[in-house]
Structure formats: structure tokens, C-alpha cells
Design a protein around this ligand. Structure first.
Ligand code: PXG
Length: 432
């Protein structure tokens, strides 16, 4: 076991106390000893339609048998065109082109490169800087790490060599225990004006934000914040990218945050729920104007307009999985279901208020966070202890810093939410 270097994992702790999953069905994982674990986190925010969906397994098996691989460059296959059409049909506004990749991190890198290429194509090649936000998470690759705003993820790697700056965060501890979107704080978007004054609008390529910050612990954008960012970006010719790797495919209680809040970004980054977590795949949704600009080049017809992509871009097996997943979302109306269950999750999670150590509870869509007071001696240890205790008691939660995150599959029932809260409550009472 010791030859595996585990990602974003306390490797030494894991080797001393391994946690192994061997099966999954519906709302439950199965451990090696045969006991069940209720999935409070959709795996890592990705299994939106629940585990073990037979339709996806069949589509994937059939695809491997029929066409296991097709070269991604200068070649196509039916599934990738069908998926691009189906995906862009559910994206809001004129986000009508899809560029396929293999993860959320690659979606972010691709969107940022498209932003640079687009500005260059328009003769504004000086626009090279990206603006992220404090406590943002945009994957683990170079540009995504640079534009990310979680100190611990950046510090070990020094200057990543990419011109970035960061907006002030959206979290206000004075608004602890807010249900849904905070009413105050839209003016935090005005911080973009400060960065524009500092760097010059003509040097800024794009702003990238998560509509709610997932990895930092469900930090919800204040009402009107995203619309204000949109308005400032428009005024200064800056592209706006919504990173919807977590918020997409129903997690926010609607198809996408862009649809829920009626704010259309220039690009949207997607992954996770796209294939219901079954096969790695990501995508960038791109507005028609960007695509058109890139295609209206003076270069000869045989020239590659965007020298970017991956061996596995639009992989036939991933496309088959995504088409089957989108089918399930539509047939079971899961995005609307998530919207309806939002208040059930909200009431359930806020019922924990008053239990020991809790300093904040936040929620939006099918996502919620319970923030704990740090222990004076060992920061972040209390939430991790809660994670270990919950797992022992048959519940998978996600922990980031001092925050417990819940993001159950969108098929979750009120009873299953009740069971999660019961386990969490018993664990919180037992924590020192
Ligand atoms: N953008 C956002 C907003 C994400 O949340 C990525 C990009 C990168 O995706 P990939 O597929 O490259 O991992 C993410 C990933 C957690 C957690 O519990 C969050 C992510 C991944 C794993 C765990 O906080 N987010």
C-alpha cells in the first residue's frame, strides 16, 4: 500500500488508519468489511445522481465495445458532437460552444488560455493578467493554483510565474448563520475597480470566480455580487469566467449558477457532475462571440485556430458517460428536485445550531457547511476528528480547514438527510 502517493491526503495518517471503499449503490458506499457508509458528499461533489447508475455503466460498456478511442485532433466521432449539442442546449444565454477536457483543473487551464488567445486575436495581447479571489479554488494545475486563493495550496510552490491578483473574499463572519445568499456584501465586487486602477484594465484578461466557493467551505456570494462583477467586467472589456465545476449540474439548486442568478459569464468551467463522477471529463462552455472571433482569422483554412487540447479531449467513453448522465438528470428532473430539497437541507443543517464548537452554518442549493471553532493547540484538527468519527459511524462528510461540508447526491431523501444530521449531531457532542 505504501507505494501509492495519495493526492490532497494526510498520507502518513492514512497509512496508519486506512479507509477503503469497495462498492457503491444509490446513496451508500460499502467498506471492505461490508458495512455501509451514507454518502453526504456525492463522493467529491461529483456523483450528483447517486451511485451505481446502470444506464451509465451500460453506455460506457457499449461504447468501449463499439469505438474505444478516436483521435481527438483533426477527427471526430458521433458522441462528441451529440454531447456538445446537448450540453450547450442546457447552458444559459449564448454559451453555445463546448471545449472538452478531462478534469476541472484542465477546464480552468483551458478557459484561461482561451481568454489569452481571444484577446490576442483582437489585438489586445497586453491583457495577460488573471484576477481570482481570496479563498477561491480552481484546481491544482499551474494557472489554477496561481489564480486560486487558498494560501495553503499556493505557499509550497512559490511564485508560479503567472500574472495574477485576487479580489477580497466574499466571506463575512459577522453574517454567521445566514440562510442562503447573504443580503449584504454585493459591494465587495467593487474591489475589482481597485485592481483595475492598480494594474490597468488593458492588462487584465479575465476574472475567474466560483459562484459559491466550494473547497473553502461553501462561501456563498452575496445577493447582487455576481451581477455587479459582470457589469464591471463589461465596462472594462474583461472576460468573466464562472468556475462551476462544483456549482454546476444541479448542485446550486438549478442547472447552473449562471441560470439561477441570471448572470451570463463569457466562459463556464465544468467537470465532476458532467459524467456523474464515473469517467474523468471536464468542459469549457464558451460564448458565441469568443468562438466567432477565434474562427475569423486571416490564417489559411488549414491552420489550427487554437493550438490547445488533449489526447483524451472528448474521449468517446467519457462522452457516452456524460450523455447517459445528462439523460438521467433530465428524465428524473434532478436539477429541479435539488431546488425543491434546498429548504429541507437548509432546515436540517441549521437545526444543529447551538451544538458545541459551531461558529457558523451556511447553505445554498444542495450544499451546506458547518464551521467549527479551531482548537487553540492544533488548528484544523477538530473538523478532521469529526470526519474520522463520522466515517466510523457510517457517514461520509468532507472537511476543509475548520469546516465540515455536506453536499449529498441530488437524489437524497428527507429521511437520509435526517440520518446525516443525527450522526453529525452525535459526533459534534462527542468532540473535544
Ligand atoms: N474548480 C473548482 C471550483 C473545483 O471545485 C476544480 C476546479 C478542479 O477540478 P479537478 O477535476 O481537476 O479536481 C475543482 C475541484 C473539496 C474538493 O472537497 C473540491 C474539489 C476537488 C476535490 C475535493 O473541497 N474541487
Amino acid at each position: 500500500m505504501s507505494s501509492y502517493w495519495m493526492p490532497f491526503t494526510a498520507n502518513r495518517q492514512f497509512l496508519a488508519h486506512p479507509r477503503i471503499l469497495v462498492g457503491a449503490e444509490g446513496m451508500y458506499f460499502t467498506k471492505a468489511d461490508g458495512t455501509k457508509v451514507l454518502d453526504g458528499t456525492s463522493g467529491l461533489w461529483c456523483v450528483n445522481a447517486g451511485h451505481g447508475r446502470k444506464e451509465i455503466a451500460k453506455a460506457v460498456g457499449d461504447q468501449i465495445a463499439a469505438l474505444d478511442y478516436a483521435p481527438a485532433f483533426q477527427m471526430g466521432h458521433p458522441g462528441v458532437f451529440e454531447l456538445a449539442a446537448k450540453l450547450t442546449a442546457i447552458l444559459p444565454g449564448d454559451l453555445d460552444h463546448a471545449f472538452f477536457v478531462n478534469s476541472g483543473s484542465e477546464a480552468v487551464e483551458s478557459a484561461l488560455k482561451i481568454a489569452l488567445a481571444y484577446h490576442q486575436a483582437r489585438g489586445e495581447g497586453a491583457r495577460r493578467r488573471f484576477i481570482g479571489r481570496e479563498r477561491g479554488y480552481h484546481g491544482a494545475d499551474f494557472a489554477g493554483t496561481a489564480v486560486g486563493g487558498i494560501g495553503n495550496n499556493r505557499k509550497g510552490f512559490g511564485d508560479l510565474g503567472i500574472p495574477v491578483d485576487h479580489l477580497i473574499g466574499i466571506y463575512d463572519p459577522a453574517l454567521a448563520f445566514t440562510r442562503g445568499e447573504p443580503n449584504q456584501g454585493a459591494d465587495r465586487a467593487d474591489d475589482l475597480e481597485r485592481l483595475i486602477a492598480l494594474h490597468g484594465a488593458n492588462t487584465i484578461a479575465a476574472v475567474i470566480v466560483e459562484p459559491f466557493a466550494g473547497s473553502a467551505g461553501v462561501l456563498v456570494s452575496p445577493k447582487g455580487y455576481l451581477a455587479r462583477l459582470r457589469e464591471i467586467c463589461d465596462r472594462h472589456g474583461i472576460l468573466l469566467i464562472f468556475d462551476e465545476v462544483i456549482t454546476g449540474f444541479g448542485r446550486i439548486g438549478a442547472s447552473f449558477a449562471a441560470a439561477r442568478f441570471g448572470v451570463i459569464p463569457d466562459m463556464i468551467t465544468l467537470a465532476k457532475g458532467l459524467t456523474n463522477g464515473t469517467v474523468p471529463m471536464g468542459a469549457v462552455g464558451v460564448r458565441s462571440g469568443i468562438y466567432k472571433t477565434m474562427m475569423s482569422t486571416d490564417a489559411p483554412e488549414g491552420a489550427v485556430e487554437l493550438p490547445h487540447g488533449y489526447t483524451y479531449s472528448g474521449h468517446p467513453v467519457a462522452c457516452a458517460a456524460a450523455l447517459a448522465a445528462l439523460d438521467i438528470f433530465e428524465r428524473e428532473d434532478l436539477f429541479a428536485r435539488a431546488g425543491k430539497m434546498e429548504s429541507v437541507l437548509e432546515d436540517a443543517v441549521h437545526s444543529l445550531r447551538g451544538l458545541p464548537h459551531i461558529v457558523d452554518i451556511r447553505n445554498i442549493g444542495m450544499a451546506a457547511a458547518i464551521e467549527l471553532e479551531p482548537r487553540e493547540t492544533r488548528p484544523n484538527a477538530r473538523a478532521f476528528d469529526a470526519y474520522l468519527k463520522c466515517f466510523e459511524r457510517g457517514l461520509l462528510i468532507r472537511v476543509t480547514g475548520e469546516t465540515i461540508a455536506l453536499s449529498p447526491p441530488l437524489i437524497v431523501t428527507s429521511d437520509e438527510l435526517g440520518a446525516m444530521i443525527k450522526t453529525l449531531s452525535s459526533v459534534l457532542k462527542d468532540l473535544d
